[in-house]
Design a protein. Structure first.
Length: 268
């Protein structure tokens, strides 16, 4: 005869196995739910760019600007070596360099520059060297600066950005920083309602959240952050990578809209 202890033992093993199956089933359902949620979030995330954010507000882009700077280390570089750097970067974006790069030297800073201005684009590629005296010995710090401004085919600027980033990495440049901005011109003086509609539309298209803003006709500027954009800066403990500014130019009777990431570079 089977003892009660043996029966309880067999019953316990059966129940344990059933519990295992239940837990495995529950865990499977939970993992499926997580996977589905991740997939849904990925699909629902807005896939947009600065240019698309402008288009979404029916804004005609008049210029798309990119500025990329990087550190190229220390030590001595001859003017010829700097020229080769400039030409290499120019080649990376298909820019034909005609003639010899311009060299300027004020004793503390040397610049080797190539500039090309045209109907559709303005381009500047520069290698700047700062000379500092450290314990009586000259120490050289080198920096690369590229500025590109497109007036037509603005959608190709992202391609130029990728090409430049690739070239910078191949040169083993460090601390690569990129800013981009768009501008558009409206005839006349936009009222505050129109300014708010444009700014809110662009931030929404980029999936951004407003950090702080000053919404006045004379000084309209909005800062926001979006996890969809690569670069960002930190101001007063807050991440920022969307900067919108709207300014009226009385002399030309036009209103200029700027959208930059992480911030608008230069005056406006």
């Amino acid at each position: 005869m089977v003892s009660k202890q043996s029966i309880y033992k067999q019953l316990g093993e059966v129940l344990f196995k059933r519990k295992q199956k239940v837990w495995l089933y529950v865990l499977g359902i939970l993992w499926m739910a997580v996977a589905v949620q991740v997939g849904v979030n990925h699909l629902l995330l807005p896939k947009t760019s600065l240019l698309q954010a402008f288009v979404s507000t029916n804004t005609n882009v008049s210029a798309f600007e990119l500025e990329m700077c990087a550190s190229y280390g220390k030590g001595y570089l001859s003017d010829k070596e700097k020229e080769n750097l400039v030409r290499y970067l120019a080649d990376s974006i298909g820019l034909k360099v005609e003639g010899t790069p311009v060299i300027s030297d004020n004793g503390q800073e040397t610049e080797v520059t190539v500039e090309k201005n045209g109907k559709n684009a303005d381009t500047s590629i520069k290698v700047a060297t700062l000379s500092q005296q450290e314990e009586g010995v000259a120490n050289f710090h080198h920096y690369i600066l590229v500025r590109l401004k497109l007036y037509e085919n603005t959608e190709s600027l992202m391609d130029y950005r990728n090409l430049l980033e690739k070239a910078m990495k191949e040169l083993k440049a460090e601390n690569i920083q990129t800013t981009m901005q768009l501008s558009s011109t409206y005839k006349g003086h936009l009222n505050l309602d129109s300014m708010n509609k444009i700014a809110n539309g662009m931030i929404e298209s980029l999936g951004g959240k407003i950090a702080y803003a000053n919404r006045e006709e004379e000084l309209f500027t909005v800062y926001a952050y979006s996890g969809l954009l690569k670069e960002y800066v930190t101001s007063m403990g807050t991440k920022i990578n969307i900067h919108i500014a709207i300014q009226y130019d009385k002399a030309t009777d036009t209103t200029i809209v700027y959208l930059g990431t992480p911030v608008i570079n230069g005056g406006y």
